[in-house]
Design a protein around this ligand. Structure first.
Ligand code: GTP
Length: 374
């Protein structure tokens, strides 16, 4: 919703930018009217000349109000390109009706207004606007000729009409070429976006593969070390993290007696059990072979011991498909606490010493580091 809103406000800002650009053309036209009036090239009275500015300001003020209030969003094309070009075409025709000698050069105001539709209008709509501009000018000429107020050489006017018709036709062709280029660019942009998304997905997969142990699906040693360093770095002084080094007991015997595949099943089974017994912000990783490492966030020794003991007891109750029904596997664990600014490697060594003690004391147990030195 927020993304959609911000996209819409970006589009609205773009529409306003385009509107301000169009106002430059209006300011040029007002200046042309003023200069034409001053040098006597304007046929009408002063109030006629002023009416160009008044009409321009009134119509553009209305468009501006629509953009500012967001009323333009109610239309199928919120850029209001079509009505803006139609209004400009009518105002140009009105200006032409008040000029004689400079009319030929002022005719370029028609294509100038149409240029604003090159990127925004459909081909059909663009051709309709070009035809509308030509029809307005034709109507003006016909009206003047019928009324006998056409003060110029007819052949010159007809030639100008022909030039305008040719130029508008050329503009339509140019418009279609530009649109084709635009569509091609859009298609290429879309393809690039799809590729980018695919690459992002692949990068994500690669990153997760690089951080995961293929056999157990747990984090691997490298990911654990990075993540543990990060957690120690974020640790506030009074708080401690719990660290446990867990080693499956006599695992070599399982491999030797029942085969490597059964050994793999036991490793996978332990991983599943550990994941199920830990909270989301705890981190368990396969540290190597049949050794696992665990970090508990914001934990004291009592919590760490309780958690590891729960896993140890649950593991000692587990049955594995490839093993005899009565056979149970066990694990030993070495525990220690990590304080803020502790060295991770030093802490792992402490946990390893505690693990050694657990093995020494008969396996299927956990020992805390501080107990080693008491
Ligand atoms: N199935 C299987 N076995 C593995 C894997 N990685 C290591 N091992 C085996 O794990 C065994 C570890 O044996 P040891 O280091 O002697 O330890 P242990 O037999 O568990 O004895 P203690 O640790 O002293 O209780 C070795 O036989 C390794 O081959 C693995 O990915 N799959």
């Amino acid at each position: 919703m927020i993304a959609k809103d911000s996209k819409e406000s970006r589009n609205q800002a773009l529409r306003l930018q385009r509107f301000y650009l169009a106002q430059i053309s209006y300011i040029i036209s007002y200046s042309v009217v003023a200069v034409a009036w001053l040098v006597g090239q304007y046929n009408g009275e002063m109030w006629h000349a002023a009416s160009h500015v008044a009409l321009g300001l009134a119509t553009q003020g209305a468009f501006f109000a629509m953009f500012i209030t967001g009323m333009n969003l109610r239309f199928r094309d919120p850029s209001l390109t079509s009505p803006q070009i139609a209004v400009a075409t009518i105002l140009v025709t009105y200006l032409l009706s008040q000029t004689t000698d400079i009319r030929g050069s002022l005719l370029m105001l028609y294509p100038l207004s149409l240029l604003f539709g090159v990127f925004m209008l459909s081909m059909r709509s663009f051709i309709m606007h070009a035809a509308f501009a030509l029809a307005c000018y034709t109507l003006l000429l016909t009206y003047e000729i019928n009324l006998g107020s056409h003060n110029r050489e007819l052949s010159a006017s007809l030639l100008e009409w022909l030039i305008l018709a040719c130029f508008l036709t050329w503009l339509c062709l140019f418009g279609s070429y530009v649109r084709e280029l635009q569509e091609r660019l859009q298609r290429r942009h879309q393809t690039l976006q799809v590729h980018q998304e695919t690459l992002k997905g692949m990068m994500g997969q690669l990153q997760s593969l690089a951080a995961t142990d293929a056999l157990t699906g747990l984090a691997n040693r490298r990911h654990f070390l990075n993540e543990a360093e990060r957690r120690i770095h974020l640790l506030g002084p009074p708080r401690t993290l719990g660290l446990a080094l867990i080693d499956l007991d006599h695992f070599k015997r399982i491999n030797d007696r029942f085969g490597h595949a059964v050994g793999d099943e036991v490793l996978r089974g332990f991983a599943e059990l550990a994941k199920a017994n830990l909270r989301g912000d705890d981190l368990i990783a396969r540290f190597g072979g049949e050794e696992f490492i665990l970090i508990l966030g914001n934990s004291d020794m009592a919590t760490l011991t309780h958690c590891v003991e729960r896993i140890r007891e649950a593991f000692a109750r587990m049955q594995f498909p490839g093993l005899p029904e009565e056979m149970r596997c066990t694990l030993s664990a070495g525990l220690c606490l990590i304080r803020a600014d502790d060295d991770l490697e030093g802490c792992i060594q402490q946990a390893d010493q505690a693990l050694y003690l657990a093995k020494e004391n008969g396996r299927n147990r956990s020992e805390a580091y501080q107990h080693v030195h008491v």
